[in-house]
Ligand binder design. Structure first.
Ligand code: MF3
Ligand code: CO
Ligand code: CO
Length: 283
């Protein structure tokens, strides 16, 4: 399989799927409080995707080669969990940091986005990790334009994370996305400028840096999915789905409650979906 350049019709469908994925995060935000279980957050998101948005939750029963089917509709990764945490009947507590990763399928196309949530108040260290990781995502996004290379994205992310004293997870990466959940190319979050695949108008992929407060090494839990830091240090992740435009980039998973881009993005060729919010309708 090679990189699929999206047609105008496919881009329109990706705009819809991506906006819906971001709107699930907007919807769930007020529920992320001390005492709520991640299983409850999963249930609420599942019902919103299916009953309100008329979407299919992409994670549910997702089974890439070598994996057992994923048992839930969203991923919830708490504290030292890096990614793919499985929602469970355990309450969140004040001071936890949790990533909620949402992927919907609408009209055959996938939208994929994740955010960090601070439960109650978190430590200065936890807040700084979440903030630096978000900055890593925006620095990566700012590199996206035709002619840039994937190594340009990886490089700015790695440089920012490491100069803050943090480390970049190597085993998981961003990815092309469209009719398939995971397509080429692989978008790694480290690298050298001027190397790797050259970006072209019409490519759609995610950037989703996983940054650890301690060492980069990870391990997989016996549930076959949950990834944790080996040294049990905190880990954070943010994810957007991006379209390469003629001028630069469109952030397809931007929505009302998504964090605003940093000030320095103001002069970058970045666009945000300009169509009005899709009115939620049942399928
Ligand atoms: N949403 C994740 C990503 O960003 C993939 C989750 S796969 C699942 O690529 F099966 F765990 F949901
Ligand atoms: Co993704
Ligand atoms: Co995701």
């Amino acid at each position: 399989m090679s990189i699929i350049i999206k047609t105008q019709e496919e881009i329109e469908k990706m705009r819809v799927a991506c906006r819906l994925a971001a709107e699930v995060l907007d919807y769930i935000t007020p529920f992320v409080q001390p005492g709520v279980t991640t299983e409850r957050l999963d249930q609420l998101c599942h019902d919103y995707m299916v009953d309100v948005q008329g979407c299919v939750p992409a994670p549910l029963n997702y089974a890439p080669p070598g994996y057992s089917p994923y048992p839930k509709s969203i991923c919830t990764s708490i504290n030292h969990q890096v990614c793919h945490g499985i929602p469970a009947p355990k309450p969140l507590k004040k001071g936890d940091i949790v990533n909620l990763d949402i992927t919907v399928i609408k009209d055959g196309f996938h939208g994929d986005t994740s955010r960090m949530f601070i439960v109650g108040e978190a430590s200065i260290q936890a807040r700084r990790l979440c903030q630096i990781t978000l900055e890593c995502l925006w620095l990566g996004i700012a590199q996206v334009r035709p002619g840039a290379r994937l190594g340009d994205i990886g490089h700015v992310i790695q440089r920012h994370a490491e100069s803050a004293g943090f480390s970049v997870v190597r085993e998981f990466c961003g990815h092309g996305i469209g009719r398939n959940f995971h397509e080429e190319p692989q978008v790694v979050h480290y690298g050298k400028p001027g190397t790797g695949v050259e970006l072209r108008e019409g490519m759609i992929f995610t950037i989703e840096p996983m940054i650890n407060a301690g060492k980069a090494a990870i391990s997989e839990l016996s549930d076959g999915w949950t990834i944790v830091t080996k040294d049990r240090s905190l880990s954070a992740q943010w994810e957007h789905t991006l379209l390469v435009t003629a001028e630069g980039v469109e952030v397809l998973t931007y929505s009302a409650l998504a964090p605003r881009p940093p000030e320095w993005m103001a002069d970058k060729p970045v666009r945000f979906p300009d169509h009005p919010p899709i009115t939620a309708t049942a399928a």
